[in-house]
Design a protein around this ligand. Structure first.
Ligand SMILES: [Zn+2]
Length: 259
């Protein structure tokens, strides 16, 4: 549990995390809140945000040792979480973020997770406390683009599948496997690649999370976050003067649960 403070010490919210799996817990990672920010009649209510993950648990002789993927997921969900304490709205939920945009604050954080200067501050050897060696940082960097073509296509295939279900106007019963095949044939998916998800396991397709007909938003936001991150790369990774990022991005919060 963390209290989130302004630089001058003003309380702006509570952040708590639930990072380890346990019996009965849903899989995956997401960000949501117990209490939303609002400011009705001059009464400023600060938010209570939480991040959930299912990361590697500590063992009897080792602390929790996370993979690079898990670290990126942690940074990703933290980005969603930061949307709330920086929010400044009158009515709770009155400034919902368009789905096209909702992954920008989360995905931009993944850039910092991989930055050598940032890695050296948190990726410390669990026994010696030594920062991660440059050799490993170089490996992370060179592995980053490995298989990106395949990964992007399998992601896009699932995005098309999601959209194909949502543009249906004929609601008669249909065979799911046949529908998927037709959907993938339309985009001429090559047999070497499969959609990242089958319809019955693509949670984003259903309306519950707000991503229905919006699975594409991750790649749309990737274009936006690459552009936004450039503003930091071109100046300073820890540029506190880039206030526009807080005002125009992080303060635009969403009350939906985000994954
Ligand atoms: Zn997300």
């Amino acid at each position: 549990m963390f209290e989130v403070l302004e630089a001058d010490g003003t309380h702006i919210g509570i952040f708590c995390s639930d990072y380890f799996p346990r019996d009965g817990k849903r899989s995956g990672a997401w960000s949501s809140s117990f209490r939303s920010q609002s400011n009705i009649g001059g009464e400023f209510i600060t938010p209570f945000v939480y991040n959930v993950g299912n990361f590697a648990k500590p063992t009897a002789d080792k602390p929790p040792l996370m993979s690079m993927d898990e670290v990126e997921t942690l940074f990703h969900e933290l980005g969603h979480g930061l949307n709330s304490p920086f929010g400044n709205t009158v009515y709770s939920g009155s400034r919902r973020v368009p789905r096209d945009f909702v992954e920008l604050p989360s995905q931009i954080m993944e850039n910092w997770a991989r930055e050598p200067a940032v890695l050296k501050t948190y990726a410390l050897h669990y026994e010696t406390g030594e920062p991660i060696p440059q050799e490993l940082i170089d490996k992370i960097e060179s592995a980053r683009h490995s298989n990106q073509g395949f990964m992007t296509v399998e992601y896009l295939a699932a995005s098309f599948l999601d959209m194909d279900w949502h543009v249906l106007t004929d609601t008669s019963e249909r065979d799911v496997a046949q529908f998927e095949k037709e959907s993938m044939d339309t985009i001429r998916l090559i047999p070497e690649i499969e959609s990242r998800y089958q319809s019955t396991s693509l949670g984003h397709i259903s309306s519950s999370g707000g991503y229905s007909a919006g699975y594409y938003s991750y790649i749309w936001a990737a274009a936006l976050d690459a552009d936004a991150y450039r503003a930091f790369k071109e100046t300073d990774l820890f540029n506190k003067d880039l206030a526009a990022f807080r005002e125009n991005v992080l303060s635009m919060r969403s009350n939906d649960t985000m994954t």
